[in-house]
Each structure stands twice: as C-alpha cells, then as structure tokens.
Design a binder for this molecule. Structure first.
Ligand code: RP5
Length: 175
C-alpha cells in the first residue's frame, strides 16, 4: 500500500482476498497507490460508510468493491459517493459467481456501478480500468499502461512464433 491512495478497494470478506490479490498486483505493477479494507454491506454497514467517508477525505479518485453472493457492497458504496465505483463479482460455490454478477450489474437507474468479469480476470481488469481513469490526469500512469499493452502484445507474438516453430502437438507438450 502507498501513502497517497488514489484507489480505495473494499471487499466483503477475507474469503475474497485470493481474488482481490490480482487487483493489488496490477495496481502495484502500475505504481498506483491504494487502500484495501474488509467491510460488509450486510454484516458491518456502519464500517462501510465510515471507510467511504475517510477515503473521500483522503481524496480517493476511484473505488473498487468486490463481493460475492447477494453482492450488494459495490451498489452500497456507489449510493454513498459520487466517486466512480467498479464492482468485481466474486466467484461463489453454488452459482459460480452468476449470483454476484447479477447483483452487481443490475443497478437501478441513477446509481451506476461499472461491473467487470467474475473472478480473477475481472479483478485484474478492475485495477486496469481504475488506472485508465487515473491516466487521464496522471501522465506516469498513462505511460505505464502503454508499456503494459506493449508487453501484452509481445507475449502473444512470442506464443505465435513458438507455435510456428513447434507445431501444435509439441507446443501442447510444453504447456
Ligand atoms: C460476501 O459474501 C463476501 O464478499 C463474500 O464473497 C461472500 C461470502 O462471505 P464469507 O461467508 O466467506 O465471509 O459478503
């Protein structure tokens, strides 16, 4: 965590930590300061509200909220602030995160939450999307994001080269 938290990350339970680790990883790679806390829309609503207010005082610029099941946390955060909120639907045991996804994506008109994919891909993309919002204002973040895109493309080029060289059967043996 860095001193200046541009991104406030909140998750509903410690069971969300393995997924939110991907958000933390990408923000650290890009060099974006964040604050991470656990507070639940249902089990500790007062703490959710207090944390949002404290983050607003620290001039947070984007919130990321991850929750699973009856995943009301991102919507509750969005109801309390006009800072943009990105919602991550956490994977769940019984419905594979579809419950989380529908809870987060089906916000009523007037209180938006930008929902990303369920699970770790969504967690990475939440961090990247937050960074892209911040990149409008912070040049060093924009520069790192461009570098990240180049590295993604280079990674695919490398795979294509390997496939040409080995063919499909040998390639799969190396995986
Ligand atoms: C949500 O309920 C959390 O975000 C978590 O994804 C889900 C299950 O929480 P635990 O029962 O594992 O604490 O509030």
């Amino acid at each position: 965590m860095k001193d200046k938290a541009l991104v406030g990350i909140i998750i509903g339970s410690d069971s969300d930590l393995p997924t939110i680790q991907e958000t933390v990883n990408i923000l650290e790679y890009i060099g974006v300061g964040y604050d991470l806390t656990i507070a639940s829309a249902h089990r500790s609503p007062a703490r959710v509200r207090e944390w949002i207010k404290s983050m607003e005082k620290r001039s947070v610029e984007v919130f990321i909220a991850g929750a699973g099941g009856a995943a009301h946390l991102p919507g509750v955060v969005a109801a309390e602030t006009i800072v943009p909120v990105i919602g991550i639907p956490m994977p769940t045991l019984y419905f594979n995160g579809q419950d989380s996804l529908l809870s987060i994506v089906q916000m009523p008109s007037g209180i938006p939450v930008a929902a990303v994919a369920v699970g770790k891909a969504g967690a990475t993309n939440a961090g990247l999307f937050a960074a892209q919002i911040l990149a409008r204002k912070y040049d060093h973040i924009a520069e790192t994001l461009r570098k990240f895109r180049q590295e993604l493309a280079q990674g695919i080029d490398k795979k294509a080269g390997k496939l040409e060289q080995l063919g499909i059967d040998k390639y799969i043996e190396t995986m």
